[in-house]
Design a protein around this ligand. Sequence first.
Ligand code: TMP
Ligand code: ASP
Length: 237
Amino acid sequence: MEKKEQLYEGKAKKVFATDDGALCIVSYKDDATAFNGEKKGTIVGKGVVNNRMTNMLMQMLEKEGVPTHFVKELSDRDTVVKRVQIVPLEVIVRNVSAGSFAKRYGVPEGIVFDEPTIEFSYKNDDLGDPLLNTYHALALKLATKAEIELIEQYSFRVNAFLKAYFLKLGVKLIDFKLEFGKLPDGTIVLADEISPDTCRFWDVNTNEKLDKDRFRRDMGGVEDAYREIFKRVTEGK
Ligand code: TMP
Ligand code: ASP
Protein backbone atom coordinates (compact mmCIF):
# COMPACT_ATOMS: atom_id res chain seq x y z
CA MET A 1 0.00 0.00 0.00
CA GLU A 2 1.34 3.39 -1.01
CA LYS A 3 1.35 6.69 0.87
CA LYS A 4 -0.39 9.43 -1.08
CA GLU A 5 -0.96 13.02 -0.02
CA GLN A 6 -0.62 14.04 3.63
CA LEU A 7 -4.08 14.61 5.11
CA TYR A 8 -3.06 15.85 8.52
CA GLU A 9 -0.08 16.42 10.77
CA GLY A 10 -0.62 16.15 14.50
CA LYS A 11 1.82 16.60 17.36
CA ALA A 12 3.03 12.98 17.32
CA LYS A 13 1.80 11.50 14.03
CA LYS A 14 1.19 12.27 10.38
CA VAL A 15 -1.76 10.84 8.47
CA PHE A 16 -1.58 10.05 4.75
CA ALA A 17 -4.21 9.11 2.19
CA THR A 18 -3.81 5.83 0.27
CA ASP A 19 -5.20 4.57 -3.03
CA ASP A 20 -8.09 3.10 -1.01
CA GLY A 21 -10.48 5.83 0.17
CA ALA A 22 -11.47 3.75 3.21
CA LEU A 23 -7.92 3.47 4.52
CA CYS A 24 -5.10 5.78 5.55
CA ILE A 25 -1.56 5.39 6.79
CA VAL A 26 -0.45 6.82 10.11
CA SER A 27 3.22 7.59 10.51
CA TYR A 28 4.58 7.95 14.05
CA LYS A 29 7.14 10.70 14.73
CA ASP A 30 9.73 11.07 17.50
CA ASP A 31 8.38 14.56 18.24
CA ALA A 32 7.15 15.02 21.78
CA THR A 33 5.02 17.81 23.18
CA ALA A 34 3.39 18.50 26.52
CA PHE A 35 1.06 21.10 28.01
CA ASN A 36 -0.88 21.58 24.78
CA GLY A 37 2.28 21.92 22.71
CA GLU A 38 3.99 24.54 24.94
CA LYS A 39 6.86 22.18 25.71
CA LYS A 40 8.54 20.60 22.69
CA GLY A 41 11.25 18.00 22.27
CA THR A 42 12.32 14.75 20.70
CA ILE A 43 12.27 11.30 22.21
CA VAL A 44 14.58 9.21 20.03
CA GLY A 45 12.91 5.98 18.96
CA LYS A 46 9.51 6.93 20.41
CA GLY A 47 7.72 6.64 17.07
CA VAL A 48 8.80 3.04 16.67
CA VAL A 49 7.81 2.09 20.22
CA ASN A 50 4.43 3.82 20.02
CA ASN A 51 3.58 2.39 16.60
CA ARG A 52 4.47 -1.20 17.43
CA MET A 53 3.06 -1.13 20.97
CA THR A 54 -0.24 0.40 19.81
CA ASN A 55 -0.61 -2.23 17.12
CA MET A 56 0.08 -5.14 19.48
CA LEU A 57 -2.38 -3.83 22.06
CA MET A 58 -5.08 -3.04 19.50
CA GLN A 59 -4.89 -6.58 18.11
CA MET A 60 -5.32 -7.96 21.63
CA LEU A 61 -8.25 -5.62 22.28
CA GLU A 62 -10.00 -6.73 19.09
CA LYS A 63 -10.02 -10.24 20.59
CA GLU A 64 -11.60 -8.78 23.74
CA GLY A 65 -14.50 -7.43 21.70
CA VAL A 66 -13.29 -3.85 21.27
CA PRO A 67 -13.34 -2.92 17.57
CA THR A 68 -10.36 -0.79 16.50
CA HIS A 69 -9.15 1.12 13.45
CA PHE A 70 -6.09 -1.16 13.10
CA VAL A 71 -5.59 -2.85 9.72
CA LYS A 72 -1.93 -3.68 9.11
CA GLU A 73 1.54 -2.71 10.32
CA LEU A 74 3.65 -1.64 7.34
CA SER A 75 6.96 -0.84 9.00
CA ASP A 76 8.52 0.36 12.26
CA ARG A 77 6.69 3.67 12.07
CA ASP A 78 3.87 3.22 9.55
CA THR A 79 0.52 1.49 9.95
CA VAL A 80 -2.56 1.15 7.76
CA VAL A 81 -5.73 2.09 9.64
CA LYS A 82 -9.37 2.48 8.72
CA ARG A 83 -10.24 6.03 7.83
CA VAL A 84 -12.50 7.40 10.54
CA GLN A 85 -14.01 10.63 11.66
CA ILE A 86 -12.50 11.20 15.10
CA VAL A 87 -15.08 11.75 17.86
CA PRO A 88 -13.78 14.98 19.44
CA LEU A 89 -13.68 13.52 22.94
CA GLU A 90 -10.59 12.47 24.86
CA VAL A 91 -11.59 9.68 27.20
CA ILE A 92 -9.47 9.33 30.33
CA VAL A 93 -9.72 6.28 32.57
CA ARG A 94 -7.91 6.26 35.93
CA ASN A 95 -7.11 3.49 38.42
CA VAL A 96 -4.77 5.51 40.66
CA SER A 97 -4.57 9.25 41.37
CA ALA A 98 -1.96 11.10 39.32
CA GLY A 99 -1.44 14.10 37.07
CA SER A 100 -4.33 16.51 36.61
CA PHE A 101 -6.61 14.46 38.92
CA ALA A 102 -4.20 14.82 41.85
CA LYS A 103 -3.73 18.52 41.09
CA ARG A 104 -7.43 19.35 40.58
CA TYR A 105 -8.68 17.60 43.71
CA GLY A 106 -5.67 18.34 45.94
CA VAL A 107 -4.73 14.73 46.65
CA PRO A 108 -1.33 13.02 46.47
CA GLU A 109 -0.44 10.83 43.52
CA GLY A 110 -0.63 7.09 44.09
CA ILE A 111 -4.02 6.69 45.81
CA VAL A 112 -5.55 3.46 44.50
CA PHE A 113 -9.25 3.80 43.64
CA ASP A 114 -11.81 1.14 44.57
CA GLU A 115 -13.34 1.53 41.10
CA PRO A 116 -11.86 3.09 37.95
CA THR A 117 -13.00 6.61 37.03
CA ILE A 118 -13.82 7.99 33.61
CA GLU A 119 -13.81 11.56 32.36
CA PHE A 120 -14.03 13.36 29.04
CA SER A 121 -12.21 16.31 27.56
CA TYR A 122 -13.32 18.23 24.50
CA LYS A 123 -10.58 17.53 21.91
CA ASN A 124 -9.90 21.11 20.88
CA ASP A 125 -6.33 22.47 20.96
CA ASP A 126 -7.43 26.12 20.73
CA LEU A 127 -9.40 25.68 23.95
CA GLY A 128 -6.74 23.51 25.64
CA ASP A 129 -8.91 20.35 25.67
CA PRO A 130 -11.32 21.48 28.43
CA LEU A 131 -12.89 18.90 30.73
CA LEU A 132 -16.59 18.28 30.09
CA ASN A 133 -19.35 15.95 31.22
CA THR A 134 -21.72 13.92 29.04
CA TYR A 135 -24.44 16.59 29.18
CA HIS A 136 -21.98 19.12 27.78
CA ALA A 137 -20.87 16.65 25.11
CA LEU A 138 -24.53 16.13 24.10
CA ALA A 139 -25.26 19.88 24.14
CA LEU A 140 -22.26 20.45 21.86
CA LYS A 141 -23.39 17.51 19.66
CA LEU A 142 -19.94 15.92 19.90
CA ALA A 143 -21.57 12.47 19.96
CA THR A 144 -24.97 10.90 20.58
CA LYS A 145 -26.07 9.41 23.90
CA ALA A 146 -25.81 5.88 22.49
CA GLU A 147 -22.31 6.61 21.16
CA ILE A 148 -21.16 7.98 24.51
CA GLU A 149 -22.55 4.94 26.35
CA LEU A 150 -20.75 2.61 23.97
CA ILE A 151 -17.51 4.61 24.27
CA GLU A 152 -17.75 4.31 28.08
CA GLN A 153 -18.38 0.57 27.86
CA TYR A 154 -15.43 0.03 25.51
CA SER A 155 -13.17 2.24 27.63
CA PHE A 156 -13.81 0.24 30.81
CA ARG A 157 -13.30 -2.99 28.86
CA VAL A 158 -9.98 -1.65 27.59
CA ASN A 159 -9.04 -0.78 31.17
CA ALA A 160 -9.95 -4.19 32.59
CA PHE A 161 -7.92 -5.94 29.93
CA LEU A 162 -4.88 -3.62 29.93
CA LYS A 163 -4.69 -3.38 33.72
CA ALA A 164 -4.44 -7.17 34.07
CA TYR A 165 -2.16 -7.47 31.05
CA PHE A 166 0.36 -4.90 32.32
CA LEU A 167 0.31 -6.26 35.86
CA LYS A 168 1.64 -9.56 34.50
CA LEU A 169 4.54 -7.54 33.04
CA GLY A 170 5.25 -5.97 36.43
CA VAL A 171 3.61 -2.67 35.50
CA LYS A 172 0.79 -0.75 37.20
CA LEU A 173 -1.56 0.93 34.72
CA ILE A 174 -2.24 4.21 36.51
CA ASP A 175 -4.36 5.99 33.87
CA PHE A 176 -4.65 6.47 30.11
CA LYS A 177 -6.36 8.43 27.36
CA LEU A 178 -8.32 6.94 24.48
CA GLU A 179 -9.84 8.38 21.32
CA PHE A 180 -12.57 6.81 19.23
CA GLY A 181 -13.50 7.21 15.58
CA LYS A 182 -16.59 6.69 13.48
CA LEU A 183 -16.59 4.59 10.31
CA PRO A 184 -18.73 5.79 7.37
CA ASP A 185 -21.49 3.36 8.46
CA GLY A 186 -21.52 4.89 11.95
CA THR A 187 -19.63 2.09 13.73
CA ILE A 188 -17.58 3.35 16.67
CA VAL A 189 -14.01 2.01 16.79
CA LEU A 190 -11.02 2.62 19.03
CA ALA A 191 -8.56 4.90 17.20
CA ASP A 192 -5.40 6.94 17.84
CA GLU A 193 -2.76 5.19 19.97
CA ILE A 194 -2.13 3.36 23.23
CA SER A 195 1.45 4.08 24.18
CA PRO A 196 3.70 5.58 26.86
CA ASP A 197 2.60 8.97 25.43
CA THR A 198 -1.00 8.30 26.38
CA CYS A 199 -0.74 6.04 29.44
CA ARG A 200 0.93 6.26 32.84
CA PHE A 201 2.90 3.12 33.66
CA TRP A 202 4.61 2.61 37.04
CA ASP A 203 6.90 -0.30 37.86
CA VAL A 204 5.06 -2.53 40.30
CA ASN A 205 7.99 -2.81 42.74
CA THR A 206 9.70 0.57 42.56
CA ASN A 207 6.93 2.85 41.21
CA GLU A 208 9.48 4.06 38.68
CA LYS A 209 7.73 5.94 35.87
CA LEU A 210 7.93 4.20 32.49
CA ASP A 211 6.05 6.80 30.44
CA LYS A 212 5.96 10.34 29.08
CA ASP A 213 5.79 11.90 32.56
CA ARG A 214 9.60 11.61 32.49
CA PHE A 215 9.55 14.09 29.59
CA ARG A 216 6.72 16.27 30.96
CA ARG A 217 8.51 16.59 34.31
CA ASP A 218 12.14 16.77 33.06
CA MET A 219 13.06 13.65 34.98
CA GLY A 220 15.64 12.30 32.52
CA GLY A 221 15.85 8.69 31.36
CA VAL A 222 13.01 9.25 28.89
CA GLU A 223 14.32 7.02 26.09
CA ASP A 224 15.27 4.30 28.59
CA ALA A 225 11.73 4.31 29.99
CA TYR A 226 10.20 3.87 26.52
CA ARG A 227 12.70 1.09 25.76
CA GLU A 228 11.93 -0.66 29.06
CA ILE A 229 8.15 -0.68 28.71
CA PHE A 230 8.45 -1.78 25.08
CA LYS A 231 10.84 -4.59 26.08
CA ARG A 232 8.35 -5.87 28.64
CA VAL A 233 5.50 -5.80 26.12
CA THR A 234 7.44 -7.54 23.35
CA GLU A 235 9.09 -10.14 25.60
CA GLY A 236 6.02 -10.83 27.70
CA LYS A 237 3.36 -11.18 25.03
P1 TMP B 1 -3.74 13.98 33.08
O1 TMP B 1 -3.56 13.42 34.46
O2 TMP B 1 -2.72 14.99 32.70
O3 TMP B 1 -5.15 14.45 32.84
O4 TMP B 1 -3.52 12.75 32.06
C1 TMP B 1 -4.28 11.57 32.15
C2 TMP B 1 -3.76 10.56 31.14
O5 TMP B 1 -4.01 11.00 29.82
C3 TMP B 1 -2.26 10.30 31.22
O6 TMP B 1 -2.05 8.90 31.06
C4 TMP B 1 -1.68 11.02 30.04
C5 TMP B 1 -2.81 11.07 29.06
N1 TMP B 1 -2.85 12.32 28.29
C6 TMP B 1 -2.77 12.26 26.91
O7 TMP B 1 -2.65 11.20 26.33
N2 TMP B 1 -2.85 13.45 26.22
C7 TMP B 1 -3.00 14.64 26.81
O8 TMP B 1 -3.05 15.66 26.13
C8 TMP B 1 -3.09 14.67 28.25
C9 TMP B 1 -3.26 15.98 28.95
C10 TMP B 1 -3.02 13.49 28.92
N1 ASP C 1 -1.16 16.24 24.17
C1 ASP C 1 -0.30 16.98 25.09
C2 ASP C 1 0.28 18.15 24.32
O1 ASP C 1 -0.27 18.76 23.92
C3 ASP C 1 0.80 16.18 25.54
C4 ASP C 1 0.63 15.46 26.84
O2 ASP C 1 0.75 16.03 27.93
O3 ASP C 1 0.51 14.28 26.70
O4 ASP C 1 1.26 18.64 24.02
